[in-house]
Design a binder for this molecule. Structure first.
Ligand code: KDG
Length: 356
């Protein structure tokens, strides 16, 4: 327990330092569920290092703390997890490579850069595929999703669970964007937009007439501050907790894609854990993901209001405006559906229809 509290306080302390005056308020988030289940047997001690890109105040960090807490309590302090937010240990791509070599125990990337390991994950990158959060959650809980996690076998990465990154929204420093024409601009002055390192995202923004640049999340704030890119796209909660509003005047509620996170462990670390510890890690990952999905939705609504209060001009797009974006990105499906798999897309669409 001692180590757990030290970790928790370190993270909480860092959060309050970096939040300072600007983030004096916090959203009214649900508390994590009480930790239940027996204490597991003594199979030795492990200290795990887990790195991720988002800040200490993000739902990703809060649920990772809960993950650490479950492991600490149910192993009576024998398994502890040290959390390293803010891309301190590297970006998503680098940290996945570190899992493969065993130089890092855990990471929590977006599914999008993980498509280099499991190409089917790119189904989540298709624009407007998951129109409601209910449908998105059902897909993350589906057999198809479990098959994608299982497909990491042999890569050196043990994929534990999906959780929510969320609906991505466009922000930029150049102009209000309410239509594909606003993205493309007048006279070929398309917005320069940072994307995740993923070819479907590049296609989306190229198709809309932007100039997309793939870039690691940790480099994004300075790139926007220095005017290297005009904008980016991420859920409102990430835009707020990463202070992007300080360098982005405009937001557009495009909801153009819902991407998940994947909590991952190095296969080498996994193989070192006794079977009872492995079961506990898997269960804690699932429980913390459920909590993350819940608070992520709560956080996102609050974040949009906060961004407006802090001066970001947010365009809420009506159904016709969204339909215009949807129509404009149709070529992305024509280009990618055969490569991602028509059957997989149809399977996901069936789940969506059942959860409309
Ligand atoms: O911890 C996750 C982040 O590193 C990253 O995946 C966040 O959505 C993200 C992005 O835009 O890179």
């Amino acid at each position: 327990m001692k180590i757990f509290w030290r970790n928790t306080l370190t993270l909480a302390g860092a959060a309050s330092l970096s939040l300072g005056m600007a983030y004096a308020q916090s959203p009214d988030l649900s508390d994590p569920p009480a930790i239940e289940g027996d204490v597991v047997g003594d199979h030795g001690s492990h200290t795990l290092r887990m790195g991720f890109g988002l800040s200490e105040s993000s739902p990703q960090a809060l649920s990772s703390k809960y993950f650490a807490e479950i492991l600490e309590q149910r192993s009576e302090g024998r398994i502890s997890v040290n959390l390293f937010p803010n891309s301190q240990l590297g970006d998503d791509v680098q940290m996945m490579e570190m899992l493969q070599t065993g130089s890092l125990d855990m990471t929590y990337p977006s599914s999008s850069p993980a498509t280099t390991y499991v190409s089917e994950l790119a189904v989540f990158d298709l624009p407007f595929l998951l129109p409601t959060r209910e449908a998105a959650v059902a897909v993350m809980h589906s057999d198809a999703a479990q098959r994608m996690l299982d497909a990491f076998e042999g890569t050196g990465i043990k994929a534990l669970t999906f959780s929510e990154n969320g609906y991505r929204q466009l922000s930029n420093s150049a102009r209000a964007v309410e239509s594909p024409e606003d993205v493309a601009g007048q006279g070929g002055r398309g917005l320069s937009v940072r994307t995740m390192e993923n070819p479907v995202h590049l296609s989306i923004w190229e198709t809309l007439g932007a100039n997309p640049t793939p870039m690691a999340f940790g480099e994004l704030f300075s790139a926007m501050e220095q005017g290297v890119v005009d904008g980016q796209e991420n859920p409102w909660s990430t835009i707020l907790t990463s202070n992007f509003h300080e360098v982005q005047d405009y937001g557009s509620e495009t909801r153009h894609v819902y991407t998940p996170f994947i909590m991952m462990m190095s296969q080498r670390t996994w193989d070192r854990l006794a079977p009872e510890y492995q079961e506990l890690v898997q269960e804690a990952a699932r429980q913390s993901a459920e909590y993350e999905i819940q608070i992520s939705a709560e956080y996102d609504d609050w974040a949009r209001e906060q961004l407006e209060e802090r001066g970001m001009q947010i365009s809420r797009l009506d159904d016709d405006q969204i339909a215009a974006f949807q129509e404009a990105v149709q070529p992305v499906y024509d280009q990618w559906a055969p490569r991602i798999g028509e059957d997989l897309i149809a399977e996901i669409q069936e789940i969506v229809e059942a959860h409309q």
